[in-house]
Write a protein that binds this ligand. Sequence first.
Ligand code: IMP
Ligand code: MG
Length: 172
Amino acid sequence: MSRQPKPLITQGKINQAVANLAAEINRDYRGKQPLLIGILKGSFVFMADLVRQLDLPIEVDFVKLSSYGSGTRTSGKVKVVQGLKSPIKGKDVLIVEDIVDTGLTISFLMDNLRKKRPASLKLCVLVDKPSEHKVPVTIDYLGFTVPDKFIVGYGIDWNEKFRQLPDICIID
Ligand code: IMP
Ligand code: MG
């Protein structure tokens, strides 16, 4: 794998997409107090930028899931490494995820959270790779669609590296 990341989606394009997503969320959740649940670690940069453009009385929480070994494809076995700190029953929950690839990680989490009876459960994703889905996934708020390339940057890693890059880049 080449270690030289090549920009695919620049910082400016990301900022624009995050602003558009925030505007939609502000509109749809007007009068509500959504709980945003970020999936660690990849969503931390996206979540930080997104919440600062929300004009709503939000709460945030995080879950840490693991599905990858050190390879580049999900193992399909998803594990909750760190769970939620407070109950979500009756809350308007919005999940914030960096990437949907096979969809296995997110569908595992959503099935799990649905059982806890939130008032609503929606999904906000920065980058989707629709050609790779193995299970159906409904994304309510989406930033970008990308082809099946391995990407890094803006919080997203390869073997824990490259999370700090301001652009979303391809490594091959
Ligand atoms: P899925 O279960 O196959 O949808 O995988 C989702 C998770 O795999 C994401 O939350 C990412 O953490 C990771 N992932 C998927 N594609 C990539 C990629 O291109 N670069 C880095 N991580 C990825
Ligand atoms: Mg992730």
